[in-house]
Design a protein around this ligand. Structure first.
Ligand SMILES: NC(=O)C1=CN([C@@H]2O[C@H](COP(=O)(O)OP(=O)(O)OC[C@H]3O[C@@H](n4cnc5c(N)ncnc54)[C@H](OP(=O)(O)O)[C@@H]3O)[C@@H](O)[C@H]2O)C=CC1
Ligand SMILES: O=C(O)CCCC(=O)O
Length: 485
């Protein structure tokens, strides 16, 4: 199987166009979460290698920023094609290190290509302004220019598409990049180096380093040549990176944790709500920042919804991602399973009842049974903490205002979902929910055309949509006098 993916599976880092090892020669092992076996190793780099990658990116920036938008768009379109030509191989590599079902991995790789194509198109629409001047003899221009070298740090749950959302707009804008993929899933990140080379990007435009998160992170945030940090991951690390980036006043974009509520009102189409709930909860075994963390179901419809959700949950096939028909892969590691167990134990000790699942799967390792619990209440830790696993906690509510208040009672504000057939309620609730993404009668809403990003402690900035390139641009005001007008 590795034969098919081996071309993309690089056990080296890309710095200034060369594939290199760590100065120390040290490596980190990468493990297949489905069976605990080591797949291979990647370099364990630190500050010195990261500094060289930043310097290579800075050197490349001087010529890359001068390329025409059209030329950058052409290269990005070529990158899209190279990704799609290799979708199967890239998806298999992703499953090996991340664990998700093959169909989801193919979807993620397709999404990565779609982001690249979207930003290929957006590269040509970075418009400025000519502003009416308050002076008869002077003219005012507003122009946009690339910020410079960007540092991109990405997580293990979407190791391909999270980088696509950052590299796409960065390269389109004329920036160069140093990327640091998650240590548990570095190969899908390193594959971007191979893809960029095959598409024909100049050396130094894309650099990728793996290794010590704190050393690489410290260099990326402290080095003055880096003008922007873009991060997807936990709120805890996001806050730390923001503090460190403040030292040299870098731009920051943060895609952080979520605590998505999913509201089902008495007037909802229950079958549609259950269908949406399955995807909004169990995609990637619950390990997405937009996954439902809390279900709030109105009392009249509560029992019917629970019964149907339990039935649908019981049909989910748990198994290794490369096994035919598998819908629920393993969790990323033992720590993730322990966190799910802790949150479940806390909930049941405070009165929640397990309707289905509730324990490790018979397959062993880090496989966990898709779970539904009822009788959830605000005192439980799941009210505020991200589960990041396949557990559906159901809260019961009486009134719309109460449901919206509970949904908003969190420091997070990324995605939320609600189901209703009442148009007035749809607008009231949509306007009342303090979240950056809202699914109304829909459980899967991420798309390259729309701005993705959270409110409150879920982050800053938007990825995707026409807004997604803004964070990679500086706006310059130019006042021109002496024109003899
Ligand atoms: N918003 C989202 O999509 C995600 C949310 N999470 C949430 O966070 C929890 C913990 O997951 P975890 O993987 O630990 O998330 P982290 O935030 O720790 O990891 C995300 C990325 O940040 C890197 N990182 C970690 N520490 C530092 C640092 N000091 N400086 C710079 N970079 C750093 C990681 O590197 P390395 O891998 O080398 O440690 C990885 O590349 C999850 O259970 C989930 O609740 C997690 C992932 C994604
Ligand atoms: O979990 C994330 O960080 C991003 C989710 C992207 C998606 O919805 O596909």
């Amino acid at each position: 199987m590795l034969k098919k993916t081996s071309h993309f599976m690089r056990e080296a880092n890309l710095i200034g166009g060369s594939w290199v090892q760590a100065d120390s020669g040290e490596t980190i092992e990468v493990v297949n979460p489905a069976n605990g076996q080591t797949i291979g190793t990647v370099p364990k780099c630190g500050r010195a290698e990261t500094r060289r990658a930043i310097e290579a990116a800075e050197a490349a920036f001087h010529s890359w920023k001068k390329t025409s938008a059209n030329d950058r768009a052409k290269l990005l379109r070529r990158l899209h094609d190279v990704i799609m030509d290799n979708q199967d191989a890239l998806a298999e590599l992703l499953v090996l290190e991340q664990g998700k079902p093959l169909a989801e991995a193919k979807g993620e790789v397709g999404m990565s290509a779609a982001y690249i194509l979207w930003f290929a198109e957006e590269a040509r629409r970075v418009y400025g302004d000519v502003v009416p001047s308050p002076w008869a003899d002077r003219r005012i221009l507003v122009t946009k220019e690339p910020v410079g070298v960007i540092g991109a740090i990405t997580p293990w749950n979407f190791p391909s598409s999270m980088l696509a959302r950052k590299l796409g707009p960065a390269l389109a804008a004329g920036c160069t990049a140093v990327a640091k993929p998650a240590s548990q899933t570095p190969y899908s990140g390193l594959a971007w180096g191979v893809l960029a080379e095959e598409a024909g990007f100049p050396a130094g435009v894309v650099n990728i380093v793996t290794g010590s998160a704190s050393a690489i992170g410290d260099e990326l945030t402290e080095n003055p040549l880096v003008r922007k940090i873009t991060f997807t991951g936990s709120t805890e690390i996001g806050k730390l990176l923001m503090q460190k980036a403040a030292g040299t006043v870098k731009k920051v974009s943060m895609e952080l944790g979520g605590n998505a509520p999913f509201l089902v009102f008495n007037d909802a189409d229950v079958d549609r709500a259950v269908q949406g709930a399955i995807v909004a909860k169990y995609r990637n075994s619950g390990q997405t920042c937009v996954c439902t963390n809390r279900f709030f179901v109105q009392e009249e419809i509560h029992d019917r919804f629970v019964e149907k959700l339990v039935e649908a949950t019981s049909k989910l096939k748990v198994g290794p991602g490369l096994e035919e028909g598998s819908q629920q892969g393993p969790l990323i590691d033992e720590k993730a399973v322990e966190k799910v167990e802790e949150l479940l134990a806390d909930a049941t000790s405070k009165g929640a009842k397990v309707a289905i699942g509730g324990k490790r799967h018979a397959l062993g390792g880090t496989f966990f049974e898709p779970t539904v619990i009822t009788g959830a209440s605000p005192e439980m830790r799941i009210m505020e903490e991200e589960i990041f696993g396949p557990v559906s906690p159901i809260f019961r509510f009486k009134h719309e205002e109460e449901a919206v208040a509970m949904a908003n009672a969190t420091s997070f504000g990324l995605a939320c979902y609600f189901y209703t057939s009442d148009l007035g309620r749809a607008f009231r609730v949509m306007e009342g929910l303090k979240y950056g993404l809202v699914g109304v009668n829909e459980g899967l809403i991420t798309t390259v055309e729309a701005p993705f990003g959270g409110f409150k402690e879920s982050g800053l900035g938007k990825e995707g949509g026409y807004q997604g390139i803004e964070d990679y641009l500086d706006t310059k005001y130019v006042c021109i006098g002496g024109l003899g007008l």
